[in-house]
Design a protein around this ligand. Structure first.
Ligand code: PMP
Length: 451
């Protein structure tokens, strides 16, 4: 194992982050307040953000390819959001009454996302997915959902069941959804059918026999945790056809992939959803979630306001701060701006792919638009089964992410990374140069043994 596998190049110091983690360990189980934080050996505590960069508590300046798990389209402290929100704060932060800000953001979403005729706002992607599933159940009168192994959809019980893969029961063709947490009631898994993303024939085998129980198929058009898998056109076509034939609703979970374009990602890939969930970028850096879709389906939330089929409230739902921040961030995302960011993404993916090829190194680059994911594999995986990291691949990814950090680049490990609008070609050059140095430091010989 070369030095690149064990130590960073620049030898940055993280003493204050280490000290903060010691304090955090006293008051938080595991030392942090969300399980998605990298704690090995301690998290990097951020003191502030500036455009494409974060500055940590030890004064390291790091190019942020995480952007709070793809939330921040414009990086940190985007002036139009900060200006508008600062003015708004003086007028109060949340009310029981509605405000005009919620209508303006809803109008923006309805005008851009073809499948959204009406919308409801909540506070997170998890809630958006939860309400989409409830709406599908109420509308169809069916209870179960189908979802794809490995995809992440937040932590509503039925949405998270099956996220860590699926097991095959002996002598039974049926996929058994694996519970996402200890103590989950087994009845939850009974109402979840797990399918394989991009398995065209598997769709019919999985859906047809259970169609009468299925309210919805929950699908992220490019599931990031499952590998940032590019959807095969014939897979999407078959999915649309089967859902329509069996009267199963399609819920497109675009909490992450709305980032792929002005009209979102379903239209980009030909998916025809009945409901769409959104979150992350539509809040401009503040907490948000949204469920939208066909008006007849959405009517479960309120055709009879006093006794809706699906009650949906939420103390902070549609709070004006998230609504206004979201609108400012989204308005700045014009079609031209989406196109510019996509060109930058294409450039970075090409640079990284060429760098891996130059070293004949077992790395490949998945993704589209402003999103990418580096795989420690020779070719880009097309299925979740192929995307699962071996222990050796996980170690290699971890070394890469550590090396990047010491080179001043924050790269999420095992999740989608992304670009933000303040980034330029200089930033993608910086990332590909760091990748080149990493591969050089590892030495080409290493790959011969590991491949
Ligand atoms: N769905 C998808 C596709 C997501 O990527 C996420 C968050 N990463 C969620 C749902 C959950 O969103 P939140 O973290 O806002 O609850």
């Amino acid at each position: 194992m070369s030095t690149a596998m064990t130590a960073g190049a620049a030898g940055r110091a993280y003493a204050r982050s280490a000290a903060l983690h010691r304090r955090g360990r006293v008051v938080f189980p595991g030392g942090i307040t969300r399980s998605t934080i990298d704690t090995d050996p301690h998290p990097i505590y951020v003191s502030r953000g500036e455009g494409a960069y974060v500055i940590d508590e030890d004064n390291n300046r790091l190019l942020d390819l995480n952007n709070n798990f793809t939330t921040l389209m414009h990086g940190h402290a985007f002036a139009p959001v900060i200006g508008a929100v600062t003015d708004l704060l003086r007028k109060g932060t949340c009310f029981a009454n509605p405000t005009h800000h919620e209508i303006a953001l809803a109008e923006l979403l309805v005008s851009r996302i073809p499948a959204i005729e009406q919308v409801r706002f909540v506070n997170s992607g998890t809630e958006a997915v939860m309400f989409a599933i409830k709406a599908a159940r109420a509308f169809t009168g069916r209870q179960a959902i189908a979802r794809f192994a490995g995809s992440y959809h937040g932590s509503y019980d039925w949405a998270e069941t099956g996220q860590s893969g699926a097991v095959q029961t002996a002598g039974d063709e049926r996929r058994v959804a694996r519970a996402a947490y200890h103590g989950a009631p087994p009845t939850t898994a009974d109402a979840v059918v797990v399918l394989d993303f991009n398995d065209v024939d598997g769709l019919e085998i999985g859906l047809a026999p259970r169609a009468e129980r299925l309210a919805a198929i929950l699908i992220d058009p490019m599931p990031s945790r499952a590998g940032l898998l590019a959807p095969l056109p014939q897979f999407i076509e078959r999915l649309n056809a089967l859902a329509s034939r069996h009267g199963i609703l399609i819920i497109a979970d675009e909490v992450l992939n709305l980032r792929q374009g002005y009209n979102g990602s379903s239209s980009r890939y030909g998916l025809e959803p009945d409901l769409v969930t959104a979150g992350k970028i539509i809040g401009g850096g503040f907490p948000i979630g949204a469920v939208g879709g066909r008006s007849d389906v959405m009517s479960v939330f309120g055709s009879d306001v006093k006794a809706p089929l699906v009650p949906q409230g939420g103390t902070f739902s549609a709070n004006p701060v998230s609504m206004l921040a979201g609108r400012m961030a989204m308005e700045a995302m014009t079609p031209d701006e989406f196109a510019r960011l996509e060109r930058l993404g294409d450039r970075l993916r090409a640079q990284l792919t060429a760098t891996a090829a130059k070293h004949a190194a077992p790395f490949s680059i998945a993704g589209a638009a402003s999103l990418f994911r580096i795989h420690a594999k020779r070719s880009v995986p097309g299925t979740y089964a192929n995307a699962i990291m071996t222990t050796e691949e996980a170690t290699r990814m971890r070394s890469l992410s550590r090396y990047f950090r010491d080179e001043g680049v924050l790269l999420p490990c095992g999740a989608a990374a992304c670009l933000s609008t303040p980034m330029t070609e200089m930033d993608t050059d910086k990332v590909s140069a760091a990748f080149d140095r990493f591969l050089t430091a590892c030495g080409d010989q290493t790959w011969e043994r590991q491949a």
